[in-house]
Design a binder for this molecule. Structure first.
Ligand code: URA
Length: 250
């Protein structure tokens, strides 16, 4: 069962202040639960740690030992970093955007691995440093599945070449299971499943067969998909998904 605490205890667990000071903050209208501002009539409200969103002075708070696991359907035209010196939109800006009926995400999380500026799709973000490190490390061979629209029709010979291995710009050998999904005019859609993950690897693998990647999206990361999420939308991972990730790398 999900852990629950009275609102003042929850605020104290988050390291904001004592339980008594928390009651004062609630009475002053500085605390909200799932977007609703609380008052001194709400002092006995219970918070469900896994699902409720508590904000103090407009900032989301979470218990200090609480881990957050988010799946974002990363839109194109944003960078997979927390800060960008060139002031482009980051994935964190996307999480913080206001959406109807959804409290903007305020806590600190970090992306697991990277997707290019123009790549869309499944991106995990978490504050669980050890899990993030392992999921992104080539040693654990976590499966990532991409689909790419290319400017030609992918062949069996291309598939064999990519399965055998291709020398990448950084000197590593990149390989993937790749298959044609559909033809689209003069182009085609190819699905590639990778176990490692080097910079621009999918684009480089396809370029080694003479194709330009016109559009790229990640359909799943470790079997976790963005089904039901439009680009820019996010959700918390389920307990089952978090357990399955841990099982893969611990
Ligand atoms: N490979 C690429 O070329 N780009 C990505 O964003 C991810 C994998």
């Amino acid at each position: 069962m999900s852990k629950q605490s009275r609102i003042n205890k929850y605020i104290a667990l988050c390291g904001v202040c004592s339980r008594r000071a928390a009651e004062k903050m609630i009475a002053q209208g500085r605390v909200s639960l799932n977007g609703r501002v609380l008052s001194d009539e709400d002092l006995s409200t219970m918070v469900t740690h896994d699902s409720d969103v508590v904000e103090v002075n407009g900032n989301r708070i979470t218990p200090e030992d609480e881990k957050l696991y988010i799946l974002l359907n990363k839109p194109r035209l944003c960078v997979t970093t927390v800060n960008d010196p060139q002031h482009r939109t980051t994935v964190i800006d996307v999480l913080r955007r206001r959406r109807k009926g959804v409290t903007p995400f305020k806590a600190r999380v970090y992306p697991v691995g990277r997707l290019d500026f123009d790549t869309e799709g499944a991106l995990l973000l978490t504050n669980d440093g050890e899990l993030a490190h392992r999921l992104a490390h080539p040693r654990y061979e976590v499966e990532k599945v991409y689909q790419a629209l290319i400017d030609g029709v992918f062949s069996e010979a291309d598939s064999a070449r990519i399965a055998e291995g291709v020398k990448l710009e950084d000197g590593h050998i990149g390989r993937a299971k790749a298959r044609l999904i559909s033809k689209d005019g003069a182009g085609s859609v190819v699905e590639l499943s990778l176990r490692e993950g080097h910079k621009h690897e999918v684009k480089q693998l396809l370029a080694s067969c003479g194709y330009q990647t016109l559009s790229l999206w990640r359909v799943n990361f470790a079997n976790i998909t963005c089904e039901g999420l439009k680009p820019g939308e996010w959700r918390n991972l389920t307990e089952i998904e978090i357990k399955s990730l841990r099982k893969l790398v611990f």
